[in-house]
Write a protein that binds this ligand. Sequence first.
Ligand code: GTP
Ligand code: GTP
Ligand code: MG
Ligand code: MG
Lengths: 272, 292
Amino acid sequence: NDLFYDNLEEILVTSDIGIKTSMELVRTLKEVVKKDKIKETQKAIEKLRELIVDIVKINNQKLNISKDELSIYLFIGVNGVGKTTTIAKVGNLLQKRGLKVMFSAGDTFRAGAIEQLKVWGKSLEIPVISQQEGSDPAAVIFDSIEAAKARDIDVLLIDTAGRLHNKKNLMEEMKKINKVIQREDGKKPEEIFLVIDSGTGQNALASAEEFIKNVPDITGLILTKLDGTAKGGMAIPLIKELNIPIKFVCLGEGVKDIDEFIPEKFIEGILG
Amino acid sequence: SLSEKLQKAFSKLTGKGRLSEDDVISALKEVQIALLEADVNYKVVKDFTKKIKEKAIGKDVLESLSPGQQVIKIVNDELVELLGGKIDKLEFSGRKPFIIFMVGLQGSGKTTTSGKLAYMLKAQNKKPFLIGADIYRPAAMEQLEVLAKKIDVNIFFDKNSKDVENIVSEGISIANKNNSDIIIVDTAGRQHLDDSMMDELINLKKSIKPDEIILVVDGMTGQDAVNIGKEFNEKVGIDSVAVTKMDGDSRGGAVISLRQITGKQIKLIGMGEKIDQLELFYPDRIASRILG
Ligand SMILES: Nc1nc2c(ncn2[C@@H]2O[C@H](COP(=O)(O)OP(=O)(O)OP(=O)(O)O)[C@@H](O)[C@H]2O)c(=O)[nH]1
Ligand SMILES: Nc1nc2c(ncn2[C@@H]2O[C@H](COP(=O)(O)OP(=O)(O)OP(=O)(O)O)[C@@H](O)[C@H]2O)c(=O)[nH]1
Ligand SMILES: [Mg+2]
Ligand SMILES: [Mg+2]
């Protein structure tokens, strides 16, 4: 029986749930097993599933869209997590629902970033507002909001450069971008997505905390690259701590490789 | 930090005189937790703490006056040894041109590191040549081209080709005409679970016969690092590892896991987005980072 709990701890830790959260879950499970007098391992694992579902199931998982005004979706996150690709996927989803979509090439820093979003825009027939590489992202975003309003766009999706949370100047730039949007649009963005790579380890928590400190209105998480062997377990302590829902999961590089977050499916990926 | 935690754990014990085996075991639990929080793989942590326990329960530690300091030193030395030797300089010599493949998961930093490596080699008076072999990602070739132009390094790519082997072999013949001595091939990001993409890499290796395959891994990678290392090494075969985004504050335990699972040398550390932010590997720097 000790072996059962040790194996469970190993499964949880190796899915990146983190040692402290894993130990806590095992501790809680032991109490529940004792209290409910559970004898079979299947039932115990079912209980563990319930414990985890309780953590990750948050009620506001719907996509926020304004009725008669422009909706703005801002995408932020660490370098290389999949922001630009996810914008293409979400843009495609919204367009398929009959909404008028526009992209804003807010990453004016990285080589080929503007071109990358333009290629997506072209293939999806979604207009892209951009300026020169090296220009001020706030200026591009300002232009994009003006253009979106002029062309009666329903949802404007804004791409930003990847950034590490310990880079103070980049955190400041992100704050400024958020301020510019609120000033130009007269309201907070309908969605601010923090995009997270499922393969990230324990640094994900410190990273998300710092992003939220600088952009308190983050409305949702998007977990990418769940099509590999990475389990995305760090999302569990993340949601527990920050109380922000996962609104989408991404399972591949194609435009259709995006799904709504289903807690049971996510946990099945971890517990099998 | 781990060293602070160990100091604390052992300062309670110093007053007792000799340490018992149980005392060492309980302090080693702190080491385990700290290493797991630093993203070192679960199994690697188990084997590692077993080794530490054998050394810590040895005679000289138990009779020492500052057991905490002793254990920290053992952990640090053991980490440094595990990580392998430091890299004094990049040795890409022998065959000319020397052909390097940059491989790894999506978004790990291959394209950026390809540019950085070319820049580093140019500073060493080498003549590097870049080949853009990522035919999938939108604007991947443009991205590499911008980097190549920035550092004035020759590059070959073909936006109209869907044949990776052709692109690479054509690039090599152009590099030869250019008298380049090192060729860096930037490949598409891929998942080790994706058989067709792994096959593409296996076939590319068979036909091009590169001299060095560098696995590029994101420094923030968690427990999955062992799977990445194991699968890429077993299916394709890698020669060394580059770890990126180490200018973040992730503790970098994935480095330990990669070294342990592949046995290959960690050579390069990405320390930023700029083209000159590539460093050679120093095990003691990484060890103290993991220890916090
Ligand atoms: N396998 C897989 N790859 C993905 C997924 N999402 C994105 N990618 C890939 O990850 C790589 C990086 O994606 P990008 O969209 O450029 O990431 P980004 O966050 O915009 O990167 P930066 O702008 O450089 O910070 C690309 O090769 C994408 O195709 C996913 O869900 N699964
Ligand atoms: N801060 C930091 N960012 C890095 C480092 N290396 C790469 N990046 C960033 O990480 C992101 C992804 O880098 P890429 O070079 O596009 O990664 P890739 O492996 O080629 O991606 P794919 O081709 O899509 O698989 C970019 O935003 C880079 O600027 C590094 O050492 N530090
Ligand atoms: Mg991007
Ligand atoms: Mg690339």
